[in-house]
Write a protein that binds this ligand. Sequence first.
Ligand code: NAG
Ligand code: NAG
Length: 438
Amino acid sequence: MKLLVLLASLTVIAAVRRNDDLYGPRYRPLWDEGVKTKYTKFFGLSSSKHLIENAGFIYENYTITSEDGYRLHLSRIVHPDHAAKKDKGFPLLLLNGFLMHSDSWMVQTEMDSNMAFVWAALGYDVWLGDHRGTVRSRSHINMTSESTNRKYWDYGMDEIGTYDVKAFIDLILDHTGYKKLNLMCISMGCSLHTVLVTARPEYNDKILGAFYFVPLINNINRQLDAPAALQIALTGLELAAVSYEEQGLYETFPRLVGLKKEFFYSCQPFVYLLVSVLNWALGGASHLPKSPAFCYQAGLSVGGGSTKTVKQVVQVYKTGTLAKYDYGRKKNMEIYGQEAPPLYDVSKVKSFVAMYYSDADGFSTVEGAKRSLQTLGGTTYECMIPRFSHFDIGAGTLFKHVLPDVNAVLNSLTGYSDDREKHKSGECPSMEWIRSLN
Ligand SMILES: *[C@@H]1O[C@H](CO)[C@@H](O)[C@H](O)[C@H]1NC(C)=O
Ligand SMILES: *[C@@H]1O[C@H](CO)[C@@H](O)[C@H](O)[C@H]1NC(C)=O
């Protein structure tokens, strides 16, 4: 009996030590170490509510109308310890990648790897923004969102960054009383930071720092230089967008919620094959789970978008530059006053940026990442994660090895830890050891 008590206390001490070492004293997880994520089969509007509540947090939702009339949805993750407090911690705004929506921050296989939940457990006030056209943000003050309504779907990265991200920031700062927040973004979500401050430089003052995960700014791998499988995927996506438009549809994947469910059920018997093929296509560098978890990840993450956004993203790859939508020479002259679409200016980003990138991400290159770090207008911190595919941050099984470094930088920047130097240290310790993990 005494031995049992001793063992139990040692386990508790070990657990506390682990949390303190890795995450800092404010870490209050609502799960045990190694606990698997509790997914949901609700692929519709309420998926984020279920994911958040299954993790033990309190779900809140908000709607804000952008200056151009789109009604946008945000989910907020409230730690039960914060429920009665006015100050729910330093606010973080999470921006997902291309064609995804905010559930993509909560689909890692283990609780400890889900950034949204880990940051909420660290004491941050976590807000997930669903940009226009995704499943929870499909209404407008005076337009309907049927796939055939060209006007509703007439948006690209420019509108998402300039109107939606601005609206998210305004709502969060207004609601919390904080003067600044942190932007956390994956892939195209990070392009939106540049888009926002190119159009509205004053928003630099509202952002303490940004955390970029496999960002796409001026580090883009031109399509010509990208792996063949990626070129095929992008060409396929562009063909799909063009074919939708020929049918008079301006939404990519119309009737998406039904498709998500269908995908989920047909994915399961083939998941091993599916992930193996994906892994091969990604150059053998992906660590996606070869289990039904993958079917949940894909089904829950996809949020949809306009055919125009698809065409703009493909354009970005074809040219290797982050630029406004290309309407063709004549219309560009009318709209932009020049023949080529104007570039977004990465140097306009003045806040601190921590950038996590990989040498095996077909969408970008290491040289490109170095170039971005030099172009960004504020202090930077960089971390090269070896052999990570573009999807490993959001869904791969190895991300838990990287997250402690992210948390240390985040806590140092916000003053949530005693270490106030980590975010000024320029670079993470080498992560070469990750290369050999499977
Ligand atoms: C958001 O909250 C409102 C009111 O509480 C509720 O009616 C609505 O269904 C919620 N929306 C989502 C997507 O959870
Ligand atoms: C619809 O809303 C937009 C954005 O507020 C506005 O510019 C436009 O004039 C409105 N159109 C009509 C028909 O009310």
